[in-house]
Design a protein. Sequence first.
Length: 267
Amino acid sequence: MNEPKNSYEVLLRDLQDETAELISLMDRYDLDILGVETPADGWDVADSINHLTYFDRALITAISDPDKFNVEREDLIRGGTDFATQLMRKLAKDKVLEAFREARAQLIEHLSKVDPKVRVPWYGPDMSAMSAASARLMETFAHGLDIYDALGQQKVFTDRIAHICFLGWSTISFSFAVNGQAPPTQGFYLELDLPSGAKFTKGDIEAPNQISGSAIDYALVVTQRRIAATTDLSIVGDQALTYIKYAQAFAGPPSSVDESRRRLDKA
């Protein structure tokens, strides 16, 4: 499997399925769980859901009114990394899940009506609608996993993580650059086992930098929900070892696995 599921329709279906799974988990609990602290330092369950809602709304604006998005993007940049979190904490607890449901449904509708290749503004470089949809799936996976961990529940992983593995592969150079590292000068090869048993491969099999093992482990590392040391990933090559320390499949400033997540056992 050299690419993720590359049909835009299938990608949107996978985004819908990942969303439905998270909402189903939330529906099993009452509102009290919104205040449960997650492994993300300083964030509770409500913050995790609100984060998804905020950036779903932002992407809707980026698609439908790019000029307005650019103004709102500057507000967030000026407000700092906690701007969206503090803003969304004004939302009443009984509206948190409802707001997410509505924003996600509206976002998928907007995405379904645009050409997957159309460029939309974002918080880094502009990106295609297809990349934007992949990023929303990745964010749902990552922040959803925080909620699973907070509630002591085990997530069942599916081949939807192929999209996340592809984002991880696509952001290798970005992971170096955003952390002030010189760009990699050697090739990489990725060979991962998806939950179904299918292979996800990228790059030249003869490359000096090789990462192999579970696609689940790789997805957890590139979304910074686990550190590589707690996984069974095989990392070969100096630049691969550097990359895996900084792997970051999401936009924004350099980030790293915080201490609360470092205490988590391998999923």
